[in-house]
Design a protein around this ligand. Structure first.
Ligand SMILES: [Zn+2]
Length: 219
């Protein structure tokens, strides 16, 4: 039995236009990563489609990035293996087909296992390198962020509202329904058509509710 972790599907919008869908285990770190890629000419990913669109079509630069680029939480994903998070992300990319997503996660055939097996060593090496490189900085950052009184309070409120006392279940706030927390149940639910339909109407209709959820992860 491996530990279950929580990841997030997020989307990037500018001027209410959906540009990108991604997944991460840390929204704050991921946003800063996008910012660097978009605004730092020396970044390897600088010329990727998403960043070109942000700069050329929306005039995004280092100064206006935080204000203009909306980095929005879409849903939580429970996972044991990172590829499970990727496969949920793939479902959402297929659903929305955002213009900034050029490469599909885990390759053309959406075959994450094949991708992972082929690139196992490369992925490991990359993760290790990157992790160690920024480890201290990141830990300090995360600690500071999580300790902010307003963030602490919001996390507490959120947990209270959505976790109830039943630890093996969690509430899907889009469907207003309790689901088993285990990835086999939860992930099946969040890629179901019913959930996607609720998610879309939720996002369209309940801006206020969405914003209050998003505040938790606003960076
Ligand atoms: Zn749902």
């Amino acid at each position: 039995m491996t530990d279950t972790r929580t990841g997030y599907i997020y989307k990037i919008e500018v001027d209410n236009e959906l540009l990108y869908i991604g997944s991460t285990t840390n929204l704050r770190v991921r946003k800063n990563c996008h910012k660097s890629r978009c605004c730092n000419e020396k970044d390897k990913e600088y010329n990727k489609n998403l960043y070109k669109i942000l700069r050329e079509n929306f005039n995004i630069n280092r100064e206006n990035f935080n204000n203009k680029v909306k980095f929005l939480w879409v849903c939580d994903v429970e996972f044991n293996k990172r590829c499970e998070l990727g496969s949920v992300e793939a479902e959402y990319i297929k659903l929305y087909n955002p213009i900034g997503n050029t490469t599909k996660p885990y390759g053309k055939e959406w075959n994450q296992n094949e991708y992972n097996i082929k690139n196992k060593d490369k992925i490991k090496e990359y993760q290790k390198k990157n992790y160690n490189k920024n480890k201290d900085k990141r830990l300090k950052y995360q600690k500071e962020y999580n300790n902010k009184p307003e963030i602490k309070d919001k996390i507490k409120q959120y947990k209270k509202k959505y976790s109830k006392s039943n630890k093996s279940k969690r509430k899907c706030l889009f469907c207003n329904k309790w689901i088993q927390k285990a990835p086999s149940h939860w992930n099946k639910h969040i890629i179901s058509n019913k959930h996607k339909k609720n998610l879309i109407s939720f996002i369209d209709d309940f801006t206020d509710t969405r914003d209050s959820c998003l505040n938790i992860v606003k960076v």
